[in-house]
Design a protein around this ligand. Structure first.
Ligand SMILES: Nc1ncnc2c1ncn2[C@@H]1O[C@H](COP(=O)(O)OP(=O)(O)OP(=O)(O)O)[C@@H](O)[C@H]1O
Ligand SMILES: [Mg+2]
Length: 166
């Protein structure tokens, strides 16, 4: 299964969620391929430090791919899970990651700026859904949503047209 964590807005928690997910899946015994699709290389740096500090990287490989052929590059992987850390603002790369993905997670924070900015990424997911059928898209709160009850109703309403659910 390929999981892409995408949002064109920076600093919303993409890398934090991607690396936590990759590490957790590895610890549960899966073979995981962590794909850093961000030229900043934060996920690669995380993998390097984790490998050095904990020597747990036996089933956790990491590769940086910032080409728009990412979907084709990943076609032959035999990992149980591929987890893609997306880049802010590189739309063609996000389109390629969405092509590769079985599920797309869009981390969002409960601020009005995040709410405005998420529509671009959600529209890319929606376009893929319309062209190729079911691709599960999810808005993923990157802070505890119990702390922001007033936003919950509003976000549910806003996310429905994109085919994404919170
Ligand atoms: N759930 C959270 N609660 C508090 N802080 C968080 C949470 N998730 C991420 N952060 C912090 O927010 C900052 C940005 O997180 P992160 O680097 O994961 O975002 P990003 O979307 O990958 O950013 P970029 O677009 O620059 O790649 C970091 O300092 C991180 O520690
Ligand atoms: Mg990042």
């Amino acid at each position: 299964m390929t999981i892409a964590i995408l949002n064109s807005k920076g600093g919303v928690g993409k890398t934090t969620i991607t690396t936590t997910l990759a590490g957790t899946l590895q610890e549960r015994g899966y073979a995981v391929l962590l794909v850093d699709a961000d030229p900043q290389g934060s996920a690669v740096a995380w993998h390097h430090r984790r490998a050095e500090a904990e020597r747990k990287s036996g089933h956790l490989a990491c590769v940086q791919i910032t080409r728009t052929t990412l979907d084709r590059d990943l076609a032959s992987t035999n990992a149980d899970y591929v987890v893609i850390d997306g880049s802010a603002r590189l739309e063609k790369l996000s389109v390629s990651a969405i092509k590769a993905a079985d599920v797309v997670l869009i981390p969002v924070q409960p601020s009005v700026l995040d709410l405005w900015d998420v529509s671009g990424t959600a529209a890319l997911v929606k376009a893929r859904q319309q062209a190729h059928g079911a691709l599960p898209g999810r808005l993923l709160w990157s802070v505890a949503r119990s702390r922001v009850p007033c936003w919950r109703r509003r976000w549910k309403r806003r996310s429905a047209p994109w085919g994404c659910r919170c």
